[in-house]
Design a protein around this ligand. Structure first.
Ligand SMILES: Nc1ncnc2c1ncn2[C@@H]1O[C@H](COP(=O)(O)OP(=O)(O)OP(=O)(O)O)[C@@H](O)[C@H]1O
Length: 917
């Protein structure tokens, strides 16, 4: 008996330089799933180690070659075969330990084929899962795409192998159930997401098995990544085994119902279960850095968490009978051809891939389009071919075996895909921001409470000290008064006593003892000097007491100074705390900006994704996408790249590609986000002088004014005003702005705006209009000058510089009009009360402000009619200073000339005895 040995796909590898030898395949595959698994893990590790960081939204990881694995499974004889084939031997003989299958040609001859795994009629469902599907499932859990597919003649056990639910006997569970069990055990419900779609493909139509009404689902292929998706199919999130079983049952019921309705058999349709897994990659989340236990965020280190998205596709193919046979079973040839179109297309693709052909006809059928990643793509693919033992079906069995042999030659480049998860980053940032805001508010409240407490305490202490001081003073005063009164009383008593004694002695008679009160004799004097000494002593005591009181007062005063100093220190502390609060506010604002930027990026990315999906849908259905729709992502994308180096070039490109009219039409978009992006693009275009005429011609100026009028959005106000300011550099445009009510609009915006940047733009636009001789009167009448002067309430130097420029422009035009005799009377600027601000800022330390104001002063001083106010308003001194100190030679000379030529200034200088001739 001769025996031809057919080498399978592995023989290519053996022949190729650096390829893996057949023995390796065999040994790896034969030593059960664990060896396959270890290979998968090696590949994963290899790809991980080769992984490079990328700034894009997805990462391109290294690829690892992985041949399609093919196992063959023999179904046991069924009861019909037991009878019909009783006298015949099986058409195949399996040698599982050698991974070989012998297909009998006749009684004495057979062909031998080698497979990655050979599963006999006794192989359990568990073993089949472990060798065929488990490695793929593990690979999918690691982030690779994977496919498990069954191919074979009707009734050979494809559905048995893949789709058995095993409700009565758990040992019967097929690959679908077992795969989901492994997936659910492995994933984390908090961080990972598993969702499933289930559909069938029949005669080139895809029907949703989870929602039968959805019976014409389209396939979407990402042109860049080649990813295939079915956005129209129902996608159900799976959280537990029970919900998955219910879903499979539902799918089976719908499959049965659909096939009955179509009057077909299940074996004519391909059933496809798609399991989508999204897992977060641990250790790759560098969003936050932790310093001293506090989370810090910076724009540079901000990186979203990384997720791996993978997909397990389980395909129960239609029966692989030959066309002629199908036809003979009731279908017309055409119908049979059509039914088998996808299967034969799959065969052709596999042939082409096996032969390394340059052209692989993937687009010939929906099945091949769906499976493009599974054969010759980036997925890890395992194919199980099912055969029956009956010699009556030898032809089908042989063609199934040949299909499997060719599939073994197909080489895939398995590849892991990681993406940045912007949505989850955004969620995290929002939570973090909320925390920071709450913490900030808590600190602020604590600071304020502390400030109030310190202030109250200080007040209390000061009041106490003051009260003590007043009490002590009062007591001392009372004591002094009392002592004084007592002393006076005592003295009066003594004086009265003395007087009484004197009288008594005179009355006694002319003897030696008689004392004449008028005489100056010794005894009364002696008596008096004793009294005086006593009084002196008391006085001395009084002085001492007073000194003590003064010392007490000094002491209390010192205490008060001390308390005041303490209070000053506390005030300094308060100032410090306030400064810290301000810094916190700044930090918060920065964080909010970061969030806004990320959200805008996120919005941009999801918007682009939606858009490309829609475009693809349209492409597929043969429609040409509307240029306006496709413009939106371009405009947004443009906005994202605004800060890049190639900004101008890309602007011009965008301008040429999409056309100005389309960009302008987006200014009226319903979507506020689109409006904002569009106005930014228009503002960028308007910054180029060469574009300005085209923008105005296309109605851009009118659109910008309308937008300024209708929108309440501060960003739109700022950017639109900026664009108008750019367009207002041109004289014709200035007149157009005026004629379309632009001044009132800008004035209104100036009155409402808070943001310095918006005010800067509005002030810039008005300043440009101020330089137009023809518009002077209208500008004032429509409130432009008042609006300009009103903006000095914002002390931001950029705003003040624009106001100063506007004033200088206006003063220059006025001066020109006065010289030409077109204007008489005082300057409008003086009449509108601008002079005090002009004088105040004439020596402003910011040179753009100072220079414009100096110029304005020189223009105003040209006309005698302004001189009186300028002298009383202090402008003369500034002119003198300018004429001496101004760093600009031309302004200095102008000021000198003006001072010399003005009789009023000369008279005043003379009056003040300042020599300036
Ligand atoms: N390995 C097996 N052990 C026992 N019974 C099996 C085995 N494989 C298949 N069967 C039985 O064979 C019959 C046909 O199997 P199944 O429906 O799975 O075939 P199929 O290839 O999916 O057919 P179709 O292409 O028509 O869908 C079923 O009754 C099934 O229970």
């Amino acid at each position: 008996m001769s025996s031809n040995s057919y080498r399978n796909g592995s023989s290519i590898s053996r022949g190729g330089g650096g390829g893996i030898k057949l023995e390796n395949y065999n040994s790896k595959y034969s030593s059960s799933s664990s060896s396959f698994k270890s290979k998968v893990q090696q590949s994963t590790a290899a790809s991980s180690s080769l992984r490079r960081s990328s700034t894009g939204s997805s990462r391109d990881d290294s690829t690892v070659s992985g041949r399609v694995r093919v196992a063959v499974r023999l179904r046991p004889r069924n009861s019909e075969e037991m009878v019909a084939d009783a006298d015949f031997a099986d058409c195949v003989e399996l040698q599982p330990e050698l991974k070989r299958l012998k297909l009998r040609k006749n009684n004495w001859d057979s062909d031998t084929y080698e497979f990655d795994e050979v599963l006999t009629e006794f192989a359990s469902q568990k073993r089949v899962y472990e060798v065929v599907a488990k490695p793929v499932v593990e690979s999918v859990l690691d982030g690779y795409n994977g496919t498990v597919m069954a191919y074979g003649q009707t009734g050979t056990g494809k559905t048995y192998t893949l789709g058995r639910l095993g409700e009565e006997d758990a040992a019967d569970r097929g690959i679908m159930v077992r795969a989901m069990e492994d997936i659910l055990t492995e994933v984390s419900p908090e961080n990972d997401l598993v969702s499933v779609s289930y559909f069938q493909l029949y005669m080139e139509t895809i029907q949703d098995l989870l929602n039968p009404a959805n019976d014409n689902i389209s396939i979407v292929e990402d042109p860049k990544s080649g990813d295939v998706s079915l956005p129209g199919a129902t996608l159900v999130e799976i959280r537990d085994h029970k919900s998955f079983m219910e879903l499979l049952q539902l799918g089976e019921a719908h499959r049965f119902a659909a096939n009955t309705k179509l009057n077909t058999e299940s074996s004519r349709s391909h059933a496809i279960l798609m399991v989508h897994i999204k897992r977060s990659v641990k250790g790759k989340n560098s969003s936050f850095s932790s310093e001293n236990g506090n989370m810090t965020l910076t724009g540079k280190t901000l990186k979203p968490p990384v997720v791996r998205k993978s997909k397990l596709v389980i395909v129960d193919l239609a029966g692989s009978e030959r066309i002629d046979k199908s036809g003979s079973e009731g279908h017309t040839l055409d119908e049979a051809k059509s039914i088998n179109l996808s299967l034969s297309a799959l065969g052709k693709c596999i042939n082409a891939l096996a032969e390394n052909s340059a052209h692989v006809p993937v687009r010939d059928s929906k099945l091949t389009r769906l499976l493009r990643d599974s054969f010759g793509g980036t997925a890890r693919t395992s194919l199980i071919i099912t055969i029956g033992p009956s010699p009556r079906h030898r032809g089908e069995t042989s063609s199934t075996i040949m299909f499997g042999q060719r599939a073994m030659k197909v080489e895939n480049m398995v590849k892991i895909k990681e993406e940045f998860d912007y949505k989850s980053l955004s969620r995290r940032l929002e939570i973090q921001l909320d925390k920071l805001i709450a913490e900030h508010e808590r600190q602020q409240k604590a600071f304020q409470d502390e400030i109030e407490r310190i202030a109250l305490e200080a007040q209390k202490r000061v009041a106490e000290v003051e009260q003590n001081f007043a009490d002590a003073l009062e007591m001392e005063k009372q004591k002094c008064q009392k002592d004084y009164m007592e002393s006076v009383k005592r003295l009066e008593e003594q004086a009265a006593k003395q007087e009484k004694q004197g009288h008594r002695k005179v009355k006694v008679g002319p003897s030696e003892d008689v004392i004449d009160p008028k005489s100056n004799s010794e005894p009364p004097l002696l008596f008096a000097s004793g009294e005086v000494a006593e009084i002196k002593q008391k006085l001395h005591n009084e002085i001492l007491l007073r000194k003590a009181a003064e010392a007490e007062v000094d002491n209390l005063r010192n205490q008060m100074i001390h308390w005041k100093n303490t209070e000053a220190a506390r005030n300094a502390e308060l100032l410090k705390l306030r400064k810290m609060l301000e810094d916190e506010e700044c930090q918060k604002a920065k964080l909010e900006e970061e969030i806004e930027m990320l959200q805008s990026q996120l919005l941009q990315i999801s918007f682009e994704a939606d858009e490309s999906r829609r475009n693809l849908d349209r492409d597929l259905s043969g429609n040409v996408p509307s240029s306006l729709d496709s413009l939106i992502p371009q405009v947004k994308h443009q906005q994202l790249r605004e800060s890049g180096d190639g900004e101008k070039a890309s602007m011009v490109k965008l301008f040429e590609q999409v056309g100005l009219h389309k960009i302008l039409s987006l200014l009226e978009s319903e979507d506020a986000d689109v409006r904002i992006h569009a106005v930014k693009v228009v503002a960028n275009l308007a910054a180029e002088e060469s574009n300005q005429e085209k923008i105005v011609e296309a109605g851009g100026l009118t659109s910008l004014l309308t937008l300024l009028r209708s929108s309440n959005d501060e960003t739109i106000h700022r950017v639109a005003a900026g664009a108008i300011a750019n367009l207002a550099m041109n004289e014709t445009n200035q007149e157009l702005i005026m004629s379309q009510g632009g001044i009132s609009l800008l004035s209104l915006t100036a009155a409402k705006a808070e943001d310095p940047q918006t005010l800067r733009m509005v002030a810039g636009a008005i300043a440009n209009l101020c330089g137009n001789d023809k518009l002077q009167a209208k500008l004032r009448a429509e409130g432009g000058i008042r609006a300009l002067l009103g903006m000095v309430r914002c002390r931001h130097p950029d705003v003040l510089a624009q106001v100063a420029r506007g004033i200088a422009n206006f003063a220059k035009c006025e001066s020109r009009a006065s010289t030409q005799g077109a204007k008489s009377g005082r300057s409008v600027l003086i009449e509108d009360g601008a002079l005090p601000w002009i004088v105040q800022n004439a020596n402003n330390e910011a040179s753009p402000i100072r220079r414009h104001i100096e110029l304005a002063l020189c223009h105003l001083a040209q006309h005698e009619v302004n001189a009186k106010e300028m002298i009383t308003g202090g402008a003369l001194w500034e002119l003198v200073r300018i004429s001496r100190d101004c760093s600009r030679e031309d302004i200095r000379a102008l000021a000198q000339r003006t001072l010399k030529s003005s009789p009023s200034f000369q008279a005043e200088l003379k009056r003040l005895r300042i020599d300036y001739s």
